[in-house]
Ligand binder design. Structure first.
Ligand code: 13P
Ligand code: SF4
Length: 325
């Protein structure tokens, strides 16, 4: 670790102590961010943990929607995010105004077909804006989506968004026929099937672990499909010494830290413009740097704000998720 990083780490730790701040990091952030975090987790664990800590300031090192979720759940706390521009291609693929029109249309279809009473349930992945959560009946994460969809009434007409790959996967494991929004994560949808097949041929018998945001052909070649936390836990409890991993490569840091004697082989993304790269990174997660964490703690800015009327509508869909998880 270079001196600059070490200096930032020392400064961040003392500022956090002085200001009674707790630092959260998603598994996809840079290794040095995961090292300074008080809590590392997947989207569900971070949201749950935020409601339990005693702190004045919460620093969310992840992406914008994670900061929003934290602020909605902890309105009395100051929620800082190191870079307001750390967005999410998946959340961006579902604008609230478009979803609203889609919901209205499905209600009309349900009435006119005589199949329902014009009622639809809206299930949204946590990777959505607060505005979308405000239109949602229940939020899910990749950790709890199956468990929650299983609890919904069997005859309910369900809209699931925005991730089409996750929605198809949940339809396949629950036997539901949810209507799917056509969104995707640019990171998970670019894993190369060809490279995965080559890795499987090069490492016969080695299990493939994939996040459900990956495309169906990649999931069809995978042995274990789960959230970042589920995949991490699998590598810890499995007696195997080698795994092929198809999710954002930041998780490899935590896997290697938890299992220093095991080997993790990342599936590369499809080659773009003739340039190949062996890891598949979310550039939004990488926008969290030590310098930005330090500056945001020092200046208590950027601070996440969610308009009260949106937060009031969004919180029930998040709380329903926490109750059903
Ligand atoms: P998890 O819910 O597994 O943390 O995933 C969040 C995410 O952004 C996946 O791309
Ligand atoms: Fe969003 Fe994909 Fe990045 Fe996750 S990996 S934060 S879904 S863009």
């Amino acid at each position: 670790m270079d001196l600059k990083n070490k200096e930032y780490i020392d400064k961040i730790k003392s500022l956090a102590k002085q200001k009674n701040a707790v630092i959260f990091a998603h598994y996809y952030t840079r290794p040095e961010i995961q090292e300074i975090a008080d809590f590392i987790g997947d989207s569900l664990a971070l949201a749950q943990q935020a409601t339990r800590v005693q702190a004045d300031i919460l620093v969310m090192c992840g992406v914008h929607f994670m900061g929003e979720t934290m602020k909605i759940l902890c309105p009395d706390k100051k929620v800082l995010i190191p870079d307001m521009n750390a967005g999410c291609s998946l959340a961006d693929s579902c604008k609230a105004e478009d979803l609203k029109k889609f919901i209205e249309q499905q209600k009309i279809n349900s009435l006119s077909s005589g199949e329902g009473r014009g009622e639809v349930l809206v299930v949204s992945y946590v990777n959505t804006s607060a505005d979308v959560k405000a239109l949602t009946d229940v939020v899910v994460t990749s950790s709890n989506a199956k468990k929650i969809v299983d609890q919904l009434p069997k005859d309910a007409k369900i809209i699931f968004g925005p991730d089409h790959n996750l929605g198809s996967y949940i339809n396949s494991v629950t036997g539901r026929n949810m209507l799917l929004w056509n969104g995707a994560c640019h990171v998970h949808s670019r894993f190369s099937l060809e490279a995965l097949l080559q890795l499987k041929a090069a490492y016969p018998g080695v299990e493939v672990l994939a996040h459900p945001e990956c495309k169906a052909p990649v999931l069809a070649q995978s042995d274990v499909i789960g959230s970042t936390k589920a995949l991490l836990e699998y590598t810890i409890q499995s007696p195997a010494k080698r795994f092929i991993i198809a999710t954002e490569s930041g998780i490899l840091f935590e896997m290697q830290r938890a299992c220093p004697d095991k080997e993790f082989i990342p599936v590369p993304p499809e080659v773009t413009e003739g340039v190949g790269c062996s890891c598949n990174e979310c550039e939004y997660m990488r926008m969290n740097t030590l310098e930005k964490v330090y500056n945001c703690l020092l200046n208590e800015n950027p601070e996440m704000q969610v308009p009260q009327e949106i937060a009031e509508k969004a919180i029930s869909s998040i709380q329903r998720m926490l109750a059903m998880s």
